[in-house]
Design a protein around this ligand. Structure first.
Ligand code: C2E
Ligand code: CA
Ligand code: CA
Length: 717
């Protein structure tokens, strides 16, 4: 698992930059939102206070003493000014100021002052103190040239924390009110001007009623502090998210690496086996062949589909070995059926990697021979993308010229369909399941499906529809002349011996599969072993296997290797000598036959890891039932019934540590019992027991771990 340094650094720096930018944006947004809210509140506050002062001024202006021009301060006026000054909560004092005259009337009586430089000409004007300590004044021009002025408390327009209740991050540091007449007052924050923050110009709001402009500003240092906090927070969150993603990617990579190791081990142990899904003629319902599909016969998890491993196998190239093994097993195991029924064909999935192998054609020719599955009964399935690569296309043309038949798989899902079909003599087109499923959709038009059917008809290429799951799909395709189909309606992919029985039963009642979805796979058919049918090559191999085990056969005895004993085994090299002598064939031919015996499961390496080699390796003859290959798994119900009704399984109490478990049995006891009951080899019986557990016939005493052939305890489910 390699880590790409520069890319990791770039991602880390990119994340950091993104986090910093996000932090800055959040800060900006917070300041704008808070300034908007607070300047609006400040305006409401200012308006309400000035409204109250204006009202008091107007009440004063209505006094009869003020209705005519004044030369002095009548005592009635002075008293009124004193009374109103004392009564007002906001105004410290009211004064009457004469235009162009030093005479003023105030609550304390007549006094002299500098005539005001500016007198409002009409209406109201606010004279706010520019510097600290100067009290805001609110004046009202009287009709005869004088003005009434209200001097407010120095803090009368200052906001308290109570007036700005929801102060939040980003609230402005300073709010000022500037009179359009003159002067300004600080309503919130320091009296001294703040340093404007970069990128955050002051926010302004005009009180039209009083002609006052309110400005909310944020201090640069304050904004920086908030920005820094936000950036740190965003960075922390980003790193956390990035960490989680990295952990996830890492976990996946580790899982993938583990899977690759397991696949390699499984390949060495030859755990990949071919299953076959029948292909049937849509007119007659008769089986015309099958598609060979790879399965992983996992020792603990049972049979696994390619979805679990094929991508990884293709990525790592392990698919080459796995395909080789599956093809070889399929060729040998299907041989008796293929030779007995030469009208059947079997499609084999080929990967682009295989096509690129320079000796692929020779390997194919070696695997599919007249003795196994003859090449005229083989259909090589390739997806459309394999036809795009010119190298692969050349290889395909050569294969076609050599007599191999070729099908385009998953037609319609890739590119190039038309040009491909024109360039290469294609024997079959397989319609992808996605298009077949449109038959059951609530639509009257299936443009792609109908177009593929039309195209194939034009080109006279028979079609195979994939994924037929319903009777209506069958009818739709049959009515439009699609030749054959495969799908769960007829049968799911199954082990080869099940397939052999399926074809036998299906030949007796061709439409059974279609009429009763899945019925054929669910019914356990009479156990007819391949050996009994054993025509041709397979029959000869069974005869050879019998002779190997009988008197005068290979030397079977207990042997020792690296201090480890191996019972009842023979040596590969000696066995080849024996075959050469016995059959009078070349050593190469003897090796080929021995490998065919391994493929059929009649001979196994003692550790289950090797194909047959001309070397000092130990092999065993499989037991006479050679059930691993041909024995059908009992049906779920049958297995369950057997376990429940068995009287000789020692279900009893077991102690584990301080715990006592009632009525259970160990995995190994169960496997031994099943092996004896069904006459199956231990490995097969272990698989069946695991299967019984998956189907609920058995359960683990504590949890749902997979079944283990050891001291683990199980109960009846
Ligand atoms: P594919 O070649 O398109 O194979 C057909 C897949 O459709 C099979 O999935 C089959 O089980 C599934 N199928 C068939 N009928 C139905 C149906 O009615 N409904 C549904 N839902 N599915 C249906 P499977 O066996 O899981 O194989 C998946 C893919 O793995 C195959 O797709 C093929 O691309 C690949 N594969 C399988 N075996 C081999 C192999 O031996 N070699 C290579 N290279 N690829 C293989
Ligand atoms: Ca296929
Ligand atoms: Ca397909």
């Amino acid at each position: 698992m390699a880590i790409d340094g520069p890319r990791t650094l770039a991602v880390a720096l990119g994340t950091l930059a993104l986090a910093v930018l996000t932090g800055a944006l959040i800060t900006w947004q917070q300041h704008r939102d808070a300034a908007h809210a607070e300047v609006a509140m400040a305006k409401l506050f200012l308006d309400s206070r000035l409204d109250a002062v204006a009202l008091e001024l107007q009440r004063l202006a209505a006094l009869p003493a003020l209705q005519a021009p004044l030369q002095d301060c009548p005592s009635a006026l002075v008293q009124a000014l004193l009374r109103e000054s004392l009564a007002s909560a906001l105004v410290r004092r009211f004064d009457l100021v004469h235009a162009h005259s030093p005479l003023r009337c105030g609550p304390e009586g007549e006094h002299q002052a500098e005539p005001p430089a500016v007198l409002p000409t009409r209406g109201l004007a606010l004279l706010l103190g520019e510097q600290s300590g100067v009290k805001p004044q609110w004046v009202l021009a009287l009709p005869h040239g004088a003005v009434l002025s209200a001097t407010l408390d120095a803090d009368a327009l200052r906001l308290s924390a109570g007036e700005l209740p929801d102060r939040q991050a980003g609230s402005p540091t300073r709010i000022t009110a500037r009179s359009m007449g003159a002067g300004s007052a600080v309503m919130w924050g320091p009296r001294a001007a703040t340093q404007p923050a970069w990128g955050l110009p002051p926010l302004q709001l005009l009180s039209v009623r009083h002609n006052v402009l309110l400005t909310a500003e944020s201090d640069r240092a304050d904004v920086w502090r908030a920005a820094l906090n936000n950036m740190l927070l965003c960075t922390a969150v980003a790193w956390l998210v990035l960490g989680a993603i990295v952990a996830q990617v890492w976990r996946r990579a580790v899982n993938r690496a583990r899977l690759v190791k397991r696949l390699a081990r499984a390949l060495a142990k030859r755990q990949f086996v071919p299953f076959v899904q029948p292909i049937v003629d849509l007119n007659s319902g008769l089986c015309v062949g099958g598609e060979v599909l790879m399965r992983w016969d996992h020792p603990q998890r049972g049979i696994l589909g390619p979805g679990e491993f094929i991508d990884e196998a293709e990525r790592t190239g392990l698919i080459l070995g796995m395909s080789e093994l599956t093809m070889s097993l399929a060729a040998h195991r299907l041989a008796p059926l293929a030779q007995a029924q030469p009208q059947l064909y079997f499609s084999i999935n080929i990967t682009p990697g295989q096509l690129r192998e320079p000796d692929f054609a020779q390997r194919l020719a070696k695997t599919f021979t007249a003795d196994t599955l003859p090449r005229q009964q083989v259909l090589l399935e390739l997806t459309e993308r394999d036809f795009v690569d010119p190298l692969a296309l050349g290889q395909l043309i050569a294969l076609r010229a050599d007599g191999w038949r070729i099908a385009i798989d998953d037609f319609g899902t890739g590119q190039s369909s038309l040009s491909t079909v024109e360039k290469l003599p294609i024997d079959r087109i397989k319609i992808d399941r996605a298009f077949v499923s449109t038959v059951d959709e609530k639509t009257v038009r299936r443009p792609v499906l109908d177009a593929i059917i039309g195209l194939a008809r034009e080109l006279h290429i028979p079609l195979i529809a994939e994924g037929v799951e319903t009777r209506s799909q069958w009818d739709y395709l049959a009515a439009r002349g699609v030749a054959s189909a495969q799908g769960f309606l007829m049968a799911r992919p199954m082990a080869i011996d099940d397939f052999v029985r399926w074809t036998a039963q299906q030949a007796a009642s061709p439409n059974a599969g279609a009429a009763l979805p899945g019925a054929a796979t669910q019914t356990r058919l009479p156990d007819t072993s391949l050996a009994q049918e054993g025509a041709g090559a397979s029959g000869a191999l069974h005869a050879l296997w019998q002779r190997m085990g009988s008197t005068g056969g290979v030397e079977v005895r207990d042997r020792l290797h690296l201090l480890r004993p191996y019972t009842a085994c023979f040596v590969g090299r000696q066995a080849l000598d024996w075959i050469v002598r016995e059959l009078g064939v070349s050593r190469d031919e003897a090796l080929r036959q021995a490998r065919a015996l391994v493929a059929l499961g009649l001979v196994r390496h003692v550790l289950d890891e090797h194909d047959f080699e001309d070397a000092e390796l130990f092999y065993r003859l499989s037991p006479s039932s050679h059930a691993q290959v041909v024995l059908a798994a009992p049906e779920a119900e049958e297995l369950k019934r057997a376990l429940h009704s068995a009287v000789n399984i020692p279900w009893r109490d077991h102690c584990r540590g301080l715990l006592r478990h009632r009525q259970c049995a160990t995995g190994s006891v169960l496997v031994t019992w099943i092996a004896r009951h069904f006459g199956a080899p231990r490995a097969t019986a272990a698989q069946w027991t695991a299967q019984a557990m998956r189907q609920g016939a058995l359960r683990h005493v504590f949890d749902d771990q997979p079944f283990r052939d050891d001291n683990t305890l199980y109960r009846l489910g």
